[in-house]
Design a binder for this molecule. Structure first.
Ligand code: NDP
Length: 245
């Protein structure tokens, strides 16, 4: 029987107070890992961590590189290790490209892309010493397809794919695997703002005829962290009900 056993592993999941990140934190815990829950507000992160056995909450604004360095240090000190890094935190600041402000570009690239680079650079040092690591970057089908009104977001998510493949090549010899998961449309706060019409139109484009659930993405992440995926690195696993085919 195929089962995912992450007993003894420590996982850091950015943006895990809600949505997809919260589901990933819960699923990795069910597989036996101990998890660092991260959001911008410490009280919120601690409240979410209290719902997850063995979890600890941390505050970190992933847009701030020094915050990420401190977060990785804090997790390694608190748990004694850091084996699994899931770069999940992400934001949108949508606008048509001609109207998009430089600030909107910078905010999205800093939160979605630079954050992952800094977290990987910080977390990989310990993984290299321990000769074991799993890094999963949450990108998006928008990074593969582009999207009107999301030039900044699509660029950040496409950038994550190039980062994933480069890191996979650099760290493979140390038994550190780096993959990306590309969700389609998933029911979270991020997609709750859609109008009923936009939602219906989107649903019509999805061959499996439903929006995804955070758990659909979380299971894919857990698989990529498992021994069953030990020969998979530098890949983009699309979890979208067939949308981007
Ligand atoms: P939500 O908006 O529901 O949750 C975002 C999470 O990220 C929250 O936990 C939030 O925590 C955290 N976060 C946001 N900004 C920061 C920051 N600067 N520093 C630290 N944490 C931050 O998003 P989703 O769950 O929908 O999305 C999760 C990831 O999946 C994102 O990378 C997104 O781009 C990607 N994705 C989502 C899709 C979808 O359809 N929902 C589709 C494809 C990809 P807090 O507010 O507590 O700080």
């Amino acid at each position: 029987m195929l089962s995912i056993d992450l007993t003894g592993k420590v996982a850091l999941v950015t943006g895990s107070t809600r949505g997809i990140g919260r589901a990933i934190a819960g699923t990795l815990t069910e597989c036996g890992a101990r998890v660092a829950v991260v959001g911008r507000d410490l009280a919120t992160a601690q409240a979410v961590a209290a719902e997850i056995p063995g979890a600890i909450g941390f505050a970190c604004d992933v847009s701030v590189p020094a915050d990420i360095v401190a977060l990785v240090q804090g997790v390694e000190e608190a748990f004694g290790s850091l084996d699994i890094l899931v770069n999940n935190a992400g934001i949108t600041r949508d606008n048509l490209m001609l109207r998009m402000k430089d600030d909107d570009w910078d905010a999205v690239l800093d939160a979605n892309l630079r954050s992952a680079f800094v977290a990987i650079r910080s977390a990989s040092r310990g993984m290299m010493k321990r000769r074991w690591g799993r890094i999963v970057n949450i990108t998006s089908v928008v990074g593969l397809m582009g999207n009107k009104g999301q030039a900044n977001y699509a660029a950040s998510k496409a950038g994550l794919i190039g980062l994933t493949k480069s890191v996979a090549k650099e760290l493979a010899s140390r038994n550190i695997l780096c993959n990306a998961v590309a969700p389609g449309f998933i029911e979270t706060d991020m997609t709750a703002a859609m109008t009923p019409e936009a939602r219906a139109a989107m649903q019509g484009e999805i061959p499996l005829e439903r929006l995804g659930a955070p758990a659909d993405v979380a299971r894919a992440v857990a698989f990529l962290c498992s021994d069953s995926a030990a020969y998979i690195t530098g890949q983009v696993l699309v979890v979208d009900g067939g949308l981007a085919m």
